[in-house]
Design a protein around this ligand. Structure first.
Ligand SMILES: [Zn+2]
Length: 283
């Protein structure tokens, strides 16, 4: 079964008219240039994440920071966000992906992902496309934001987006089990299901960004990356506060949960739609 959720990229040659800055400072660019990819891989391996960065310093540095953000959210704010199962830089022409121009993807289910290999790639691995020049990561982030492929111009959006897919999937596996989750994911390969989702939720999820109307999983990844990115310290890139307070991703007490008003689909606010998606309720 092949289910891929990807963070698409704009291949247009037209530069965006607005420059957002995207959070990448000259000091960070210097750190990236000096990054020791082997050391970063060793560090992530100790956290249970095998990696193959193909010596890509930008991706290695950004993934190290992104995993650090998830750990901080878990350790400091009591979240239970699973870390990705693997991170790899790969030429997407070697993968069974429908569109080799996509920037990145998270493998949501055990999949025969590699061409010329019968081996199933385990779920929750993150792949970045080596066909892209990630040296322009701040421009990629700005471009994606301008055309609605993301809800934040933060340069870490590309890696945050994928680790959120992985963490969301882990949560859903825990709540729904592998069979039900596979069925839900399979449903969204079907255009009829996608159309139904769009008819039902388009107006509300478009408040996140255009890409959020792809399916419920993209709505979560797009929204949550902005929520996290907005909380990051500009220098340390660590959250300065619990970003989930007052959001659909907040851990609610029993009484808070039972007091959520029971709305019809039409009346349900975006906050509650996303809370249901985050918790595995997609109907
Ligand atoms: Zn995605």
């Amino acid at each position: 079964m092949k289910i891929l959720f990807a963070c698409q990229n704009n291949n247009s040659n037209q530069p965006p008219k607005i420059v957002f800055g995207a959070g990448l400072t000259s000091k960070m660019m210097q750190e990236i240039q000096q990054a020791d990819v082997v050391e970063i891989s060793k560090k992530l391996a100790q956290k249970g994440i095998p990696t193959d960065f193909k010596d890509n310093k930008v991706i290695a540095w950004c993934c190290d920071k992104t995993v650090g953000i998830l750990e901080e959210l878990n350790n400091r704010f009591g979240q239970k966000l699973a870390l990705p199962s693997a991170i790899e830089v790969e030429n997407f022409e070697r993968l069974n992906v429908e569109n080799t121009n996509i920037l990145s993807t998270c493998n949501m289910l055990p999949t025969k992902l590699r061409k010329n290999s019968a081996e199933r790639t385990p779920p929750r691995g993150i792949f970045f496309n080596s066909l892209y020049n990630f040296e322009n990561i701040d421009k990629i982030a700005d471009d994606d934001y301008v055309i609605g492929l993301s809800s934040t111009p933060h340069f870490l959006n590309f890696s945050l987006h994928e680790v959120i897919h992985s963490a969301h999937e882990y949560r859903l596996l825990d709540r729904l089990g592998a069979k039900t989750l596979a069925r839900e994911l399979d449903l969204y390969k079907n255009q009829k299901q996608v159309t139904e989702y769009q008819q039902k939720y388009r107006e509300k999820v478009l408040k996140i960004c255009a890409y959020a109307e792809t399916d419920p999983f993209e709505a979560i990844a797009c929204d949550m990356s902005r929520v996290i990115a907005d909380s990051l310290d500009k220098k340390t890139l660590l959250p300065t506060r619990n970003p989930f307070i007052g959001t659909p991703y907040e851990k609610l007490s029993f009484w808070q949960r039972v007091n959520i008003p029971n709305c019809s689909d039409d009346e349900r606010p975006l906050q509650e739609i996303l809370r249901r998606f985050w918790n595995g309720k997609f109907d």
